[in-house]
Design a protein around this ligand. Structure first.
Ligand SMILES: Nc1ncnc2c1ncn2[C@@H]1O[C@H](COP(=O)(O)OP(=O)(O)O)[C@@H](O)[C@H]1O
Ligand SMILES: [Mg+2]
Length: 274
C-alpha cells in the first residue's frame, strides 16, 4: 500500500490525501518517506514536488532488489544508485516482520494562539494515521522519515508524538497509551521517560551538567538501573556517538554537532521503544 500526505496552505494535513500517482497536485509541500526497516525508500522521482510516501511492507517487497550487503539491514538507500549487476532478486530474503501499531493518530489538529492577539496559526489540520483512514499507523520495526518545508508543521507533529506538546484536538496512541488534550503532565512525562527517545532540534542539554551527567540523568530519574550499571551505560552511549573523550565537558564546551550527539546518547539511555 502506498499512501501520501500533503501539506496544504493551512498546514500539515492528511485530509487531502491521495494515492501515490496523484501526489504531484501539491507543488510546494511536505515530502517524507516511510520504509520498512529492511527495505529501500523509493519515491516517484518528482523531487521538486513535495509529497509524502508512506511505504509499507507489501509495497516494498515488490521492489526488494537490494545489494546482498544491504539485505536484512535497515537502509534508506535508493537502489537505483547501484549497478543492476549488483542487484539480487533471488537471493535468500531476510524479512523483518513489522509488529503492532505503535503510533496511531486520529483527527489531530494543532492551532497556536498568538498571545495578546486574536490571531492564531493552524499548524496541523486533520492528521490521521489509523486503521480506518487512508494512512496506516506506524508499526513496530518501521523507520519513518517526515520532511517538508520550513514552517510546514513537522516539529509541531513530532512534539505531539513525543509527548512534549499537546494537540488542540484529536488523539494519538503511543504504544497503546491514549493521549488527548486532557492528558496531564505527570502522565506524559512518565510515558516519555519510559518509552520514547526524543532528540531535540535545539539540544536542550542542561548547561551546568557535563555530557556524561546529561546522558545519565534520564536513567537516574527512571531508577531502573543500579548506579554502576547506569554509569557504564552512559559511557557506552557516549562512546557509541564518538564522544568518549568529551564526557566531562559542559555543553558550552562542545560543538553544535557534539551537543547533538550527546542528545542522541541521552535519548537512548532508557532503551526506548520509539
Ligand atoms: N509556539 C508557536 N506559536 C505560534 N506559532 C507557532 C508556534 N510554533 C510553531 N508555530 C507556527 O506553526 C507552523 C508550523 O511550525 P513548525 O511545526 O515548527 O514547522 P516545521 O518544523 O515544519 O518547520 C509555522 O507556521 C510556525 O510559525
Ligand atoms: Mg522544525
Amino acid at each position: 500500500m502506498t499512501v501520501s500526505t500533503m501539506l496544504n496552505e493551512s498546514g500539515l494535513t492528511s485530509s487531502d490525501v491521495s494515492g501515490g500517482n496523484q501526489m504531484n497536485k501539491s507543488k510546494d509541500k511536505m515530502d517524507s518517506h516511510r520504509i520498512n526497516d529492511n527495505g529501500p525508500a523509493t519515491n516517484n522521482g518528482s523531487s521538486s514536488n513535495a509529497q509524502t510516501l508512506l511505504h509499507q511492507q507489501d509495497q516494498q517487497t515488490k521492489n526488494d532488489y537490494r545489494h546482498p550487503q544491504h539485505q536484512g539491514a535497515g537502509t534508506t538507500r535508493n537502489t537505483s544508485r547501484y549497478h543492476p549487476d549488483e542487484w539480487t532478486a533471488t537471493g535468500p530474503k531476510i524479512e523483518k516482520q513489522m509488529g503492532e501499531p505503535v503510533i496511531v493518530i486520529d483527527r489531530l489538529y494543532k492551532t497556536y494562539k498568538i498571545p495578546g492577539s486574536d490571531e492564531s496559526v493552524r499548524a496541523l489540520n486533520d492528521i490521521n494515521l489509523s486503521s480506518d483512514s487512508e494512512f496506516a499507523p506506524v508499526r513496530r520495526g518501521e523507520f519513518v522519515i517526515l520532511r517538508g518545508p520550513s514552517g510546514g508543521g513537522k516539529t509541531s507533529l513530532l512534539n505531539i508524538l513525543g509527548t512534549i506538546d499537546l494537540a488542540s484536538s484529536g488523539k494519538i496512541q503511543i504504544l497503546g497509551e491514549v493521549i488527548d488534550e486532557k492528558s496531564n503532565d505527570a502522565y506524559l512525562s512518565d510515558l516519555r521517560l519510559r518509552r520514547i527517545g526524543f532528540v531535540f532540534q535545539t539540544f536542550n542539554l542542561l548547561a551546568t551538567m557535563s555530557a556524561f551527567e546529561n546522558v545519565e540523568l534520564p536513567m537516574t530519574i527512571r531508577g531502573k538501573l543500579s548506579v554502576k550499571e547506569r554509569k557504564k551505560r552512559a559511557l557506552e552511549l557516549l562512546t557509541l556517538v564518538g564522544l568518549q573523550d568529551r564526557v566531562a565537558h559542559l555543553p558550552s564546551e562542545l560543538s553544535g554537532g557534539e551537543q547533538q550527539r550527546v542528545t542522541i546518547a541521552r535519548a537512548l539511555g532508557n532503551n526506548p521503544e520509539i
